[in-house]
Write a protein that binds this ligand. Structure first.
Ligand code: NAD
Length: 487
């Protein structure tokens, strides 16, 4: 059985307790993990605080920080295959996806390596003749980062990259479901030569490890990716220290298809948008809103494509859809499909968990036209698409915005003016027009409403890991007059 360690203050440690990780493709235990609780969390945060103020990290120039980040990027690229295999083994995300995604993760580190010495302060044109006033940008402090199981190397890179560029130190909690890739990534941080305590990586369970981290009095900022209910716990705990938060949460993203769209192209985007990562994607285009005149045609193209998907072992390069990450997730998806069918939704394809080992669930499409189905409002985080239809553009927009979430959205149409109206009208942090699921380190990403707040990616994300300090310098040599002498 493979054994993993946590990384605290530059050392690899066994953790306060141990737990076992399960291979979702078989349901068998495959690795032994370190479990951090309050004491490990406290050690890690203290190490991060020492590194922030006392260690060599605080004395590095921004350019030197950037160079370390470039080194880390190169190490991620060189070890992408190994990291991908670990992620696939521990989470069930297929190897095709993990290898492509982790190779791209290196570019996120490169992007933030370049940003490190471009975070500038400013000089203020102050309204007083004998004063010079500047704003310094300093690291915000110790950052806590909590990530879910899916795409942990990616979801942590969009936090670690900007935080390091800004000069912060940090404690990252990998998900207890599939922590292997992030714990292995710690070895690359070490090899890159980051001083002890700058990056600490541990894992453990939400209520013990995650909560201890969120409420730690030395944490200045919490970057969280996960579900809205957990986000509420985090925000409550952040109140302890009045830490700032950035929250990247779930979604129920609309995927709108007009009759004038290239239906074949839209169908490919829809299949990728909902079935990639077995639907365990925050941006999953899980609500298809299709113009009524093409609904039947579009559904038959989708059904055909869904049936042709190769379901199989995640480490097999030919596999297109693998298992869900946990039994809990498989049970949740199966129960929500059942509830939706019970409420009147019609199964177009899939819908039943297969016999055998592993946490598989087939690509599933539910026709929910005219039905108040829970599948239209609740997040599956699984390979299930819910379909409704519309007749007018206004109706399409109303349906798209009929959600408390607001993470992503897709619009497929050849009509330019309509595309512009929709990109303004849709209430979501990302609108993809005639494409879906495109991401880049250069483009900010984040949600509206229950999908959270704060943006990851782009230059502004690095600024979120800074705070300004205002410096006043009096330039006059005249003595300051005694304030109590009347003139
Ligand atoms: P989750 O919220 O249950 O867990 C996420 C992380 O939070 C885990 O590391 C967990 O241990 C930790 N956690 C749990 N309870 C905690 C607590 N009380 N205090 C501190 N930490 C705690 O999410 P999940 O089920 O693992 O992941 C799925 C969710 O993540 C979905 O809702 C999905 O949409 C969302 N997600 C969002 C994005 C995005 O960028 N917006 C990306 C991926 C996933």
């Amino acid at each position: 059985m493979q054994r993993f360690q946590s990384y605290i203050n530059g050392e690899f440690l066994d953790g306060e307790a141990r737990f076992q990780s399960i291979d979702p493709a078989t349901g068998d235990v495959w690795a032994d993990m370190p479990e951090a609780r309050e004491a490990d969390v406290d050690n890690a945060v203290n190490a991060a605080e020492r590194a922030l103020y006392e260690g060599p990290w605080a004395r590095l120039t921004a350019t030197q920080r950037g160079k370390l980040l470039y080194k880390l990027a190169d190490l991620v690229a060189a070890n992408a295959q190994k990291l991908a295999e670990l992620e696939t083994r521990d989470t069930g995300k297929i190897i095709r996806e993990t290898s492509a995604q982790i190779a791209y993760v290196a570019d996120y580190y490169r992007y933030y390596a370049g940003i490190a010495d471009k975070i500038e302060g400013s000089y203020l044109p102050i309204d007083k003749p004998d004063m010079d006033v500047w704003l310094r940008r300093e690291p915000i402090g110790v950052a806590a980062m909590v990530v879910p199981w899916n795409s942990q190397l990616f979801l942590s890179a969009v936090k670690i990259g900007p935080a390091l560029a800004a000069g912060c130190t940090m404690v990252i909690k990998a998900s207890e479901d599939g922590p292997a890739p992030l714990l292995e990534f710690a070895r690359l941080v070490h090899e890159a030569g980051f001083p002890a305590g700058v990056v600490n990586i541990l894992t453990g369970f939400g209520p013990s490890c995650g909560a201890a981290l969120a409420r730690h009095p030395k944490v200045a900022h919490i970057a969280f990716t996960g579900g809205p209910e957990t986000a509420r716990h985090i925000v409550r705990n952040s109140a302890e220290n009045l830490a700032s938060t950035s929250l990247e949460l779930g979604g129920k993203s609309p995927f709108i298809v007009f009759a004038d769209a290239d239906l074949e192209s839209a169908a490919n985007a829809q299949v990728a948008g909902i079935f990639a990562a077995t639907g365990q994607s925050c941006v999953a285009g899980s609500r298809l809103i299709v113009e009524r005149s093409v609904k039947d045609t579009f559904l038959s193209i989708l059904k055909h494509k869904a049936e042709a998907i190769r379901i199989g072992a995640p480490l097999d390069m030919a596999t297109e859809v693998g298992p869900l990450a946990t039994k809990r997730q498989q049970d949740h998806v199966a129960a929500l499909v059942e509830k939706s069918v019970g409420s009147g939704a019609r199964l177009v394809v899939g819908g039943h968990r297969p016999d055998g080992n592993g946490y598989y669930f087939p690509p599933t499409i539910l026709d929910c036209d005219g039905v108040a189905s829970p599948s239209l409002t609740e997040e599956f985080f699984g390979p299930v698409l819910s379909v409704v239809s519309f007749e007018t553009e206004a109706e399409a927009l109303k349906l798209a915005n009929d959600t408390r979430y607001g993470l992503a959205s897709g619009v497929f149409t050849q009509n330019l003016t309509r595309a512009h109206r929709l990109m303004k009208g849709i209430r979501a942090g990302v609108v993809w027009v005639n494409t879906y699921r495109a991401v880049s380190p250069i483009a900010p990403f984040g949600g509206f409403g229950l999908s959270g707040h704060g943006r990851e990616g782009g230059i502004a994300a690095a600024l979120d890991y800074t705070r300004t300090k205002t410096i006043w310098l009096r330039t006059s040599d005249d003595p300051i007059p005694d304030p109590f002498v009347m003139r």
